[in-house]
Design a binder for this molecule. Structure first.
Ligand code: GRF
Length: 234
């Protein structure tokens, strides 16, 4: 497991005894520091942009320190460059097999002292190399109310199934596909005659709000994983 940076621990570790005592100057200094986020994406990057906009707000507790894409032509990567963020394209074709590719990503994460990895439309399964270094510190957003409709085309799956309510989910990432412990969910009504595009657009609006909320909670150290459950402390 990689070194845990200064203030933010994996929620998986919260059950370990933690040092208590008076708040010293170093603690105060740490409290002011922002959580360091890396966004991994493959395409449009609207969630990345929403996270970025929210990171610019006053009193926000996180900042984006790296954006990594497996696709050179990803719109999200171009936007990251336009925002003058540290933007990287890592090609899975160039770095093979997957653990070599993920080691390359890990180098970037460690060089930028990343605390939390946010998958935002990242179209690859996260492997052992990343998960063992960043266990409990990788989160994802999915456009359905998990555990319903995991995987691709979640909105179309919801329409095909005839559900009346769908939505989005932010969850911790584990070795499965959209199976990790759920942090936050937002329900969205499915309307009569909705096309995949209609429903996707409405869910996406919810996604853009939900993701930053989850990141904020993470960096307030308010998330604790207990088996399948994520306990959100008050
Ligand atoms: C979103 O619907 C997200 O839930 C899913 O992929 C889509 C990415 O959209 N994982 P964007 O690239 O953030 O615009």
């Amino acid at each position: 497991m990689g070194a845990i940076p200064w203030g933010f621990e994996s929620p998986l570790r919260h059950s370990y005894p933690r040092q208590r005592g008076p708040i010293c100057n170093q603690d105060r200094e740490n409290m002011k520091k922002k959580g360091r986020v890396a966004v991994l994406l493959s395409g449009r990057g609207s969630n990345f942009e929403a996270i970025y906009q929210s990171s610019l707000k006053q009193d926000t507790n996180f900042e984006i320190v790296a954006v990594i894409s497996d696709k050179k032509e990803a719109r999200g990567l171009k936007r990251a460059e336009e925002f003058n963020l540290n933007a990287f394209h890592i090609s899975p074709k160039e770095f093979k097999p997957r653990d070599v590719y993920e080691k390359k990503i890990l180098e970037i994460l460690e060089a930028h002292r990343v605390d939390l990895v946010c998958l935002a439309g990242y179209m690859r399964i996260v492997g052992d190399t990343l998960l063992s270094a960043y266990g409990g510190r990788v989160i994802n957003i999915h456009p359905a109310l998990l555990p319903a409709f995991p995987g691709l085309h979640a909105q179309q799956q919801a329409l095909d199934h005839g559900v009346k309510v769908s939505g989005c989910t932010v969850h911790f990432v584990d070795a499965g596909v959209d199976t990790g412990p759920i942090i936050l969910q937002k329900a969205v009504e499915v309307k009569e005659g909705d096309s995949e595009e209609d429903l996707s657009r409405r869910i996406l609006t919810g996604e853009h709000r939900l993701y930053s909320k989850a990141i904020t909670l993470f960096f307030k150290n308010r998330l604790k994983i207990n088996g399948r459950k994520v306990i959100i402390s008050p």
